[in-house]
Structures are given as structure tokens and as C-alpha cells.
Design a binder for this molecule. Structure first.
Ligand code: TNX
Length: 499
């Protein structure tokens, strides 16, 4: 078998090899679209074609049913309603696509632009180099995602990640059909989003980071540029303003330390759970409101994440009340709420989404919350915390939950990760990268890759007995493309990268 004929990650629902010739790629490859709304996907393909092969694409639009003749790529948009669903996502039907490659032509059809984008991504994954030509084999693929929410949470507080690198992470996400970029914008060690009502937040806490590492912040213009860049790749941005804990950087920057539980010195260590913004205090509530007004205005998607994790020093009742306040303040800005596990102790609205992360605690309360109607994002640290070291001697990352090798990120099943959690309440899967011990672009990308690929498959592909052998050869094939794109990955010994 030519493994490159089946190199696609995440694995499609159905892939059938066809007789006959596939598609030979060449410079000025014709790409024909049937509708202006297919243009973004065509441009995305053109970009990927160039980075993969060096060839340019020639995009043209034909009206109605007319399809291009001769050799090339045809994108057919079949539907006309592309409005996002109530979660701000395209939804399963809109992300589905069909791809046929046969006799010199690749045809992708989908109801919505998101489906076309996934189709062209699959086409790019199928490209293989034979001697000196680039070739796509003859195949027929029918594909649609298992879960509608497939995300990555990125901590830019502990170590800052500048706009260009965040865009690169978005490129990696798009390449694996992820559709949510969750930004952890503030924590004890740094504040990373410009807030016009309180410029001190970034003027002071934009300058700090763990261990004097990478600091900085996103201006509002940069944040909007990132949100748009992601949206152009069918990726929704979810900002997180973590309260009431993880708030030392805010308390350090603003003269309201008396409504906090920590001293005003900067904090650059990696302890968690020691800070508190007192949301029983009107000044603190008004500052948080100012912040949420701007975050809501800047964010087209429906969600704001309120964090709520690790309230280790906060009296239980005050913690629950604070979470309820934060939930209400976000809703007052017209947004829906997400909180980490612990927030189930305070949230009032069953529509609030709960993000499961901690395998050690909160499991019964999480199950109870799901039974009350809360939907759940699955981010079990043991499988999807990509700040965990691969092995003991790995130079980057932490190990509080253990080591997360490629196999661990692949061989797990969202529906049986938390005993008794009703499967129908699971909205999807989100990986996370915390940056206490991830100080550079190289470190970040090599923690993400390859592990983001198996996790993408858990979230996208049909439920299956997963074992590493099923994905290892495809990881090796995709790694060639990662090299071509200068995306560093960790060459885990669990995979034969020369296969
Ligand atoms: C737990 S995950 C945290 C973060 C840390 C992370 C390190 C979560 C909701 N809280 O504050 O950065 O562990 O792995």
C-alpha cells in the first residue's frame, strides 16, 4: 500500500480508493468555484498548495451548474444558509463534505464554506510526491465531524505568544480541522489584552511573565486581526477572563489590591490558586464589568469563558457567589458563559457550558451538572493537556498529571472518560496548552505536534477502537508536510517517522 494515499488526519468517515488516475498537480492549477462564498476556501487551498508544492492556483468563478473541464479542482457550494448555530459554530451538517478525485479532477462539494474548507484540507493531506511530481490519488471521500466543538485552549498569560505565532497556531488548527481557538488571556503572571478603560492592565501586567520570560500583550487591533484570521479558517475565538482566582496580574496592575487577596508585587512563579478578585466588592465588579464590555464588543462569537478554576484560598460560599456574579456579568453583555469544572459550584444557568479538565476532583458534581442540562467540553488533562511532558526527560512542560505521550493523546474515548457522564451532553473535545514551562515558538509547536493530530481524530472521526498503529504511519506522512512548513514537532519514539 502506498501509505500516502491514506495519510489524512483526522481519518475521514469513509474513504474509498477508485480505479484510474487521480490528479497531477501543476503550476497555475485551475480552481473553479460556483459561488462567491466559496472564495475563502479556494484561497485557503491556493495558499496550502503553494506551501506544499510551490505551485500557484488560478481561481475562477463560473455561474450555476457549470463545472470546469480538464484538470483541476472544483469547489461546489450546494447550500445557501451559512449562519452559524447557537454555539457560534458551523454545525455538523455545514462542516460535512464530499471529495472525489478522478481522471485529473478533484471535486469538493459541501453545503457551507466550512465544509469546503475541510474538503480542501483533506485534499492537501492527500498530496504525495512521486519522483518530481506532486500527485493526489483517485479517491472518493464522504466526511463529517463526530463532535461539533473541537478546540485548543492557549495560555498566553504565563508566557506571551505574539500575534504571528498565534496565527501559525491557527494554521495548525485549521490543518487538523479544529474549529475553536480558546484564548486564556489573563492569569496571575500577566495580562495580555489591551483594555481601553484600564490601560494599566497591560501597561503594568503586560510586562510580566513566568520567570522573566516572554511578556507582551495583544492590542485590541491585533486581537481583532487574530479573530478574523481564525474566522477566515472557520475557527471561532473564545476569550477567557479567568475569575475570581488567577487574578494576581489584575490586582498587581490596578489600585484595587484591597479587594484582592494578594500583595501588589508582581508574581512570576508557577504556583496556582493563591489569588482572589473579591466579587463581593462593588469596585471589583465595576472593573470586571468594564473589561467584559470591551471583550464582548471585540468578540463576534457568542462565548466568554469565565475560568473559575482552582479557587484554593477562597471560602466556598464566596467562591460560588463570585462565579454567579461573573456568569451574570457576561450574560449582561449578551454573551454565553463557559467555566472550568469547579464553576459548577456557582453557575446558575443550565446553558452555561462546563469544561472538564481535572481528573482528580469534581467528577460527581460534573455528572450532576450534566444531568441538570449543562453541556460539557472534554479536556481531560491526562490525555489532552499538551503542556504535560511527553516523558520524564522532556525539556519543556510540567508533569503534575503524569506524562502524556502520543499514545495517551490517542487512546482514550470522550464518552467513557468520566464515569456516568451522559454522553449526549458532550459537545466536544478541547486540548489545552499552558505555558508556565513553554517559553518559545519551538517549544510551543513541538508540544502541540504531533499530539494535536491524534486528538483531532478523537474529536472528528467516528468512535472506534483506537490504537496507535492506526495513526502512526499517517503521522509520519503528515510530518513531512510539517517539516516543509517549518513546524517543529516532537519525534516521539512511539512513531516510526521514516516509515
Ligand atoms: C491547571 S487547567 C490549571 C492552570 C495551570 C495548569 C498547568 C486549569 C483550569 N488550571 O492554571 O496552568 O494546570 O498544567
Amino acid at each position: 500500500m502506498n501509505r500516502t494515499t491514506n495519510a489524512v488526519i483526522p481519518a475521514p468517515v469513509d474513504l474509498e480508493h477508485l480505479e484510474g488516475t487521480g490528479l497531477e498537480l501543476k503550476d497555475h492549477l485551475p480552481v473553479t468555484i460556483n459561488h462567491p462564498a466559496a472564495h475563502l476556501a479556494a484561497e485557503y487551498f491556493a495558499e496550502q498548495l503553494t506551501v506544499t508544492t510551490g505551485y500557484a492556483a488560478k481561481i475562477s468563478e463560473t455561474s450555476g451548474e457549470a463545472a470546469a473541464s480538464g484538470s483541476g479542482v472544483v469547489l461546489k457550494l450546494l447550500g445557501d444558509d451559512y449562519a452559524p448555530n447557537a454555539d457560534g459554530l458551523p454545525g455538523i451538517a455545514a462542516e460535512s463534505y464530499q471529495l472525489t478525485v478522478e481522471n485529473g479532477q478533484a471535486t469538493i462539494s459541501a453545503d457551507a464554506p466550512a465544509g469546503l474548507q475541510h474538503g480542501v484540507t483533506t485534499l492537501v493531506h492527500l498530496i504525495s510526491k512521486t519522483e518530481d511530481a506532486f500527485h493526489v490519488p483517485a479517491v472518493k471521500i464522504e466526511d463529517s465531524p463526530r463532535y461539533s466543538w473541537r478546540g485548543l485552549s492557549v495560555d498566553i498569560s504565563r508566557s506571551f505568544i505574539p500575534l504571528d505565532e498565534l496565527k501559525e497556531i491557527v494554521d495548525v488548527l485549521a490543518d487538523l480541522k479544529y474549529n475553536v481557538l480558546h484564548l486564556h488571556l489573563c492569569d496571575d503572571q500577566g495580562w495580555r489584552l489591551e483594555i481601553k478603560a484600564h490601560p494599566e492592565l497591560t501597561a503594568t501586567s503586560g510586562k510580566t511573565a513566568v520567570d522573566g520570560g516572554r511578556s507582551g500583550f495583544l492590542t485590541q487591533a491585533e486581537y481583532s486581526e487574530l479573530v478574523q484570521y481564525a474566522a477566515n479558517r472557520s475557527i471561532l475565538t473564545v476569550p477567557e477572563i479567568d475569575v475570581p482566582g488567577h487574578t494576581h496580574a489584575l490586582l498587581h496592575a490596578l489600585p484595587i489590591a484591597d479587594v484582592g487577596r494578594t500583595a501588589p508585587e508582581e508574581y512570576t512563579g508557577i504556583e496556582v490558586g493563591f489569588s482572589e478578585l473579591r466579587l463581593d466588592d462593588p469596585t471589583a465588579v465595576s472593573v470586571l464589568t468594564d473589561i467584559l464590555i470591551e471583550v464582548a464588543e471585540l468578540t463576534p462569537g457568542p462565548w466568554i469563558h469565565i475560568g473559575g478554576d482552582e479557587p484554593l484560598v477562597i471560602p466556598p460560599e464566596r467562591y460560588s457567589d463570585s462565579v454567579a456574579v461573573a456568569e451574570r456579568l457576561v450574560q449582561e453583555q449578551g454573551k454565553k458563559v463557559i467555566g472550568w469544572n469547579e464553576s459548577v459550584r456557582g453557575v446558575q444557568d443550565n446553558n452555561t457550558l462546563i469544561q472538564h479538565w481535572d481528573p482528580r476532583t469534581e467528577l460527581p458534581s460534573l455528572v450532576a451538572a450534566a444531568r441538570r442540562g449543562h453541556r460539557v467540553i472534554m479536556s481531560p488533562a491526562t490525555h489532552v493537556y499538551l503542556d504535560m511532558k511527553y516523558t520524564k526527560d522532556h525539556p519543556f512542560g510540567q508533569e503534575w498529571v503524569g506524562y502524556v505521550e502520543v499514545k495517551d493523546s490517542y487512546e482514550w474515548e470522550p464518552t467513557d472518560n468520566v464515569p456516568n457522564l451522559p454522553a449526549e451532553q458532550i459537545v466536544g473535545v478541547e486540548a489545552a496548552i499552558w505555558t508556565e514551562k513553554i517559553p518559545s515558538r519551538e517549544a510551543t509547536l513541538s508540544m502541540l505536534l504531533p499530539r494535536l493530530a491524534p486528538i483531532a481524530e478523537v474529536a472528528w472521526s467516528p468512535q472506534a477502537e483506537r490504537d496507535l498503529d492506526a495513526i502512526a504511519p499517517r503521522l509520519a506522512a503528515q510530518a513531512r508536510r510539517w517539516e516543509g512548513r517549518n513546524w517543529p514537532y516532537h519525534p516521539s519514539p512511539q512513531v516510526d517517522w521514516d516509515a
